[in-house]
Design a protein around this ligand. Structure first.
Ligand code: AMP
Length: 403
């Protein structure tokens, strides 16, 4: 089955076309700066050249129409028909513990979660509506970032605020990056020959956004992001967890509005805020090497926070069989992995320096054979998880007598 995977942000549309059986990407690309005076598209079909083009895309519908035209009428055409569309949806609230076929009820539930993810869900829904208009005859499936974490126990998802706020507004921990934590844990079971049914895994998704998950017997039991993706680890531009009192302090001392504090914590904090230089880990490492103190501090705070969560999840799981690193930083940076795991020998984590150094962008074990806790680096593939789920649901619909 050929699946179009769509991931919409407020001003961007990313897409991948996958042949699910062959687990092969047939085309990929994105349109950025949707709604601005000039948008920018890049599309690659197969192993071909990346085609870049400036265009005017007033909304996600126009962006998607451009993508479809480029894919099926451009110089380098895609020789395939799209059978189904899988949509990444950031927040499924408590409604969705699994991916679903999109119907009117699902659209309403995604709308219900606007409150919980005001930056993400409206954009995701715009993408769904644009794709339904462009491809009205194929099934559309929603795959939620939060779904994998719906197995969290109450003691992990409740915040210590008046309980009526949970009952009234569903204020609780949800967690994100579910498709990524799911994918790397499943790859790990195969590669490390672990029995999923009696396994304890700590998964570290370290990219622009970062989160850790504690996974017992294949199910997520804790995760570092919260009601929104702002909580937990230090990220590219997001602060991660801070003392909530700081928000009131900023309003008072810096005379910021709440909306400005929201922007400050989401867009100008994290690695960017600490370093005053960049959100990108590669840039920070280069500057730290050149002696920039703030860039080194940013890297140190980042690593220390991850280390702390590993300790917390070792306690939550009563030890671990494996820790797995993934996403841009986790799968590519031996140096960050080494700094995070340094000094954890007492907790059973013993890195193999040569294996760690050699593992960049490929799946590999990076701990010593004697290490009680195995450590792995495994590239993530969220698009593949979305495509596989989409195929499963589309096939079930095709076989249903009510289709
Ligand atoms: P992602 O959001 O998964 O694309 O990850 C983006 C982050 O990964 C950025 O901070 C990049 O600087 C970082 N990254 C990618 N490659 C490397 C690398 N070789 N070393 C360190 N960081 C990297």
């Amino acid at each position: 089955m050929i699946v179009l995977v769509i991931n919409c942000g407020s001003s961007s549309l990313k897409f991948d076309v996958l042949d699910v059986e062959a687990q092969q990407t047939l085309a990929e690309g994105q349109v950025e700066r949707i709604g601005a005076v000039s948008s920018l598209a890049s599309v690659r079909v197969g192993d071909g050249k990346k085609q870049r083009k400036a265009l005017q895309a007033a909304d996600h519908g126009e962006a998607l129409r451009f993508v479809m035209k480029t894919l099926f009428e451009g110089d380098e055409k895609l020789d395939a028909t799209i059978d189904a569309v899988g949509h990444r949806v950031v927040h499924g609230g408590e409604h969705f513990a699994d991916s679903v076929l999109i119907d009117d009820e699902v659209v309403e539930a995604i709308r219900d979660a606007f409150d919980l993810a005001p930056l993400h869900n409206p954009a995701n829904l715009r993408g769904i509506q644009a794709a339904q208009a462009a491809l009205p005859d194929v099934p559309h499936v929603a795959v939620f970032d939060t779904a994998f974490h719906q197995t969290l126990p109450e003691h992990a998802y409740l915040y210590a605020i008046p309980n009526r706020l949970y009952r009234r507004h569903k204020i609780r921990r949800y967690g994100f990056h579910g498709t990524s934590h799911y994918y790397v844990s499943r790859e790990l079971y195969k590669l490390a020959d672990l029995d999923k049914r009696s396994s304890r895994v700590i998964s570290a998704h370290l990219g622009n956004g970062c989160s850790l998950a504690a996974i017992r017997d294949g199910r997520s039991v804790d995760t570092s992001m919260g009601m929104t993706p702002l909580a937990g680890l230090v990220m590219g531009t997001r602060s991660g967890s801070i003392d909530p009192s700081i928000v009131f302090d900023l309003v008072e001392k810096e005379e910021l509005t709440l909306a400005e504090v929201h922007t400050l914590l989401n867009k100008y904090s994290g690695l960017l805020g600490l370093s005053g230089y960049a959100a990108d880990m590669r840039d920070l490492l280069a500057e730290a090497d050149d002696g920039d103190v703030r860039c080194r501090q940013a890297v140190d705070v980042f690593c220390y926070r991850v280390k702390g969560y590993i300790g917390q999840y070792l306690a939550a799981l009563g030890g671990a069989d494996a820790v797995v690193f993934t996403a841009g930083i986790g799968q590519n940076s031996p140096r960050i992995r080494a700094q995070i795991c340094a000094g954890l020998e007492g907790l059973g984590i013993e890195m193999d320096a040569a294996r760690n150094e050699a593992a960049s962008g490929t799946a590999a074990k990076i701990s010593t054979d004697a290490s009680a806790v195995q450590v792995w680096a495994i590239p993530t593939n969220e698009e593949l998880v979305i495509a596989i789920d989409t195929q499963k649901i589309a096939q079930a619909r095709a076989q249903s007598p009510y289709a």
